[in-house]
Structures are given as C-alpha cells and as structure tokens.
Ligand binder design. Structure first.
Ligand SMILES: [Zn+2]
Length: 246
C-alpha cells in the first residue's frame, strides 16, 4: 500500500469500449488485423464470467478469420445451435479438450493429439484429424472451460484433441495459465489451425497479433494501470497449478 492510487486525478467519464474487441479503447489494436482465409471453421465458446477483457484474446482471434464465430453463454442444445447454422456431422468437428490427460504423459508425437473416448491416444490419428471440418475452442479459465464442457453434452459427439505445445505461452508472467495446456486462446488456435491446415503462416500471423496485443498492454500498464492491472501474485499461480494436477 505504499502507492495509493491518485483517485482525485481520475477522469469522471467512463473509458469507451471498442465494439469489435470489447476492450477499453486504449487497449484496442483493431486498426491492424491481418485477414486469414481458413478452411476449417472456428467456433469459440466463451464462458459468461470470463471477465478478462484487457488480456482476453477470443474476439481478437475471431477478427482474423473469414469463418469464425464467438458465442458467450453456458450451454447450447447442439453444435448447430451454437454455431448458428446446420452441421451435418458433429464427428467431423473437434473440441479442444481439457480433460486430465496431459499430452506430455501420453507419449504422443506432434503438437496436436487426438484422443479416443477413454482419453487415450487415438489409433487412427491422421485419418481422424484429416477429416475435420471445424474446431471448437472453450474460452475462459480452466474451471470455466470445464463448466462449458460439462454443460454441453453434444461435445461428446465431437472428436477430442489436446495440444502438446512446442513453446510455452507468450503470456509469460502476465497472467496465470488460462488453459490446461498453458496457452492463451489465440495461441491454442494458432497451434491447432496451423497444424490441421498445414499452414505455418496462420501461426505466424496469430502469434504476431498476440505479441502486438501484449505490447499494447504493457504500454498501457505503464500509463493507465487501472486499465491493465498487474498479474495475480505468485501464490495464486502456484495454487492453480496444484489444483490442476490433482
Ligand atoms: Zn478493438
């Protein structure tokens, strides 16, 4: 408490929000979005309590793609309803799964690992991954993503994939790991779409986009700390990891 905030100097007017990324305007980088034509459809389901507008990446991610949908909510009756258009075969969609299986423990090769219903490495990896038409990402903290999984039983008809990322998250110490694989939503999308579409340029574009977002965040943190709060203290990070492995 050595540095109490100077509330007397705080502006009375609320800071406007960008209608596209929903971030406070000083954090918005919507003026530069590199468009990506995607073959696989992308559906991002965001938990309604996902409050991290400053560092969240779901809307930024969706802005890049010609075919991407963001839905905020807890449950939908079917994949078609969540997506807003008919889906013929949900088994041609994959959910980035958050089960207890850790890719590193499964002795799987590659950054994208398909699981069978028992949570084991699927035998027909390549054929299954090659058939995919779309990917569902769950946006929120680990426990929020878990809630989305349990509240949407239609996901059981989809394939399950987990990631075995070659690089740690670029969030670094900015925030605790939001996903069981430790990646931000935009980084998870970069890995899975670049891998499935065999297009490294997708990963390059999304990683550059994420770096821009983090750079802007750090700049704003220096000037307007109330918009870009410091990360949670270390103790919380450790607690989170312990729970994750339990
Ligand atoms: Zn914006």
């Amino acid at each position: 408490m050595s540095n109490p905030p100077d509330t007397a100097a705080a502006p009375a007017e609320p800071i406007p929000e960008c209608p596209h990324c929903q971030k406070p305007m000083p954090l918005c980088i919507c003026e530069s979005v590199t468009p990506i034509e995607n073959r696989l459809s992308l559906l991002i389901l965001q938990h309604p309590q996902e409050q991290d507008r400053a560092l969240g990446t779901a809307r930024r991610l969706a802005r890049h793609f010609a075919d991407a949908t963001v839905r905020v909510g807890l449950s939908w009756p079917s994949l078609s309803k969540a997506l807003g258009r008919p889906v013929e075969n949900a088994s041609h969609w994959a959910v980035l799964y958050l089960g207890s299986a850790r890719a590193a423990d499964l002795e799987a090769e590659g950054e994208i690992v398909a699981l069978n219903r028992k949570g084991e490495v699927a035998e027909n990896q390549r054929a299954m991954l090659a058939r995919l038409e779309g990917v569902v990402l769950l946006d929120g903290t680990w426990s929020q993503a878990k809630a989305l999984w349990w509240r949407n039983p239609w996901m059981l008809k989809c394939q399950r994939v987990i990631l075995n990322p070659a690089h740690p998250s670029r969030y670094g110490r900015l925030r605790r790991e939001p996903r069981s694989d430790g990646l931000s939503t935009i980084e998870a999308a970069a890995t899975i779409l670049a891998g499935l579409e065999r297009r490294p340029d997708i990963a390059d574009t999304l990683h550059a986009s994420f770096e821009r977002l983090l750079t802007r965040y750090r700049e704003v943190q220096a000037e307007m700390p109330e918009l870009a709060p410091k990360p949670a203290p270390k103790g919380r990070r450790r607690d989170f990891r312990r729970r994750k492995r339990a």
